[in-house]
Design a protein around this ligand. Structure first.
Ligand code: PGA
Length: 249
């Protein structure tokens, strides 16, 4: 009953020209893929090219971040209303690379998520533990704290459209995927937090994606877990054949 969501995160890769070329190759490969929602997150400057290329398809475009103010003297920032005006439908929030390199806190994640919802962008909010936290047995506590700070303060109506991405930091870009069982276990923890915060029907309908070294050869085993509702794919989303194989798991 939860429709799979297969999302690609290009991070800081591709030019506008490479964006258009990707979709020319990718769209025919997913033309029949109505089993899943398909989203690609491109760098800001390539969003218009991505929106234009996907205009007559089911593929939707995401930004990789947004600022929480609508406009103002915030040099270098991009707001939600600017993104929706450009035809963007989704936004990734709180990716571990933003937390690590740009010192984003759970409080900022909450502000960005509220701003996204207010302007009609669908947020994909990322959570996940670092290797040393997992080794210390703190995964549950880390997920609880990230959920408490970044998501729990939302109202039921605000939370209704939120997608959560579980991305263990030790699995991102390392080729070291969480086993389907490890991922499903974390997803169960997260769904329990959703249930406690927003109730049974929110828990039943909330899509929780797995991210971290998802590849064509491991996507099936991950998606076979009933707890895993889709994938957030970095490196393997840069190639049209590879990402279409993942979408068509
Ligand atoms: P990866 O990245 O698939 O390259 O590990 C996932 C992500 O950061 O969303």
């Amino acid at each position: 009953m939860r429709k799979p969501l297969m999302a690609g995160n290009w991070k800081m890769f591709k030019t506008a020209g490479e964006t258009s070329a990707f979709f020319q190759k990718f769209l025919p490969l997913v033309a029949a893929s109505s089993h899943a929602d398909i989203v690609l997150a491109a760098p800001f400057v390539n969003l218009p090219a991505a929106v234009a290329a996907t205009a007559s398809s089911r593929v939707e475009v995401a930004a990789q971040n947004l600022f929480w103010m609508k406009e103002g003297a915030y040099t270098g920032e991009v707001s939600g209303p600017m993104l929706t005006a450009a035809g963007v439908r989704w936004v990734i929030i709180g990716h571990s690379e933003r937390r690590q390199f740009f010192h984003e806190s759970d409080e900022m994640v909450l502000k960005r998520t509220e701003a996204a919802i207010e302007c009609g962008l669908k947020p994909i909010v990322c959570v996940g533990e670092k290797l040393e936290e997992r080794e210390r047995g703190e995964t549950g506590q880390v997920l609880s704290a990230q959920f408490a700070g970044g998501l729990a303060p939302l109202s039921d109506a605000q939370f209704a459209g939120v997608v959560i991405a579980y991305e263990p930091v030790w699995a991102i870009g390392t080729g070291r995927t969480a086993t389907p069982e490890i991922a499903a276990d974390a997803h169960r923890t997260l769904r329990g937090l959703v249930r406690a915060g927003f109730g049974e029907s929110a828990a039943a309908s909330c899509r929780i994606l797995y991210g971290g070294s998802v590849k064509p050869d491991n996507v099936q085993a991950l998606m076979a877990q009933p707890e895993i509702d889709g994938a957030l794919v970095g490196g393997a989303s840069l190639d049209a054949v590879s990402f279409s194989t993942i979408v068509n798991f």
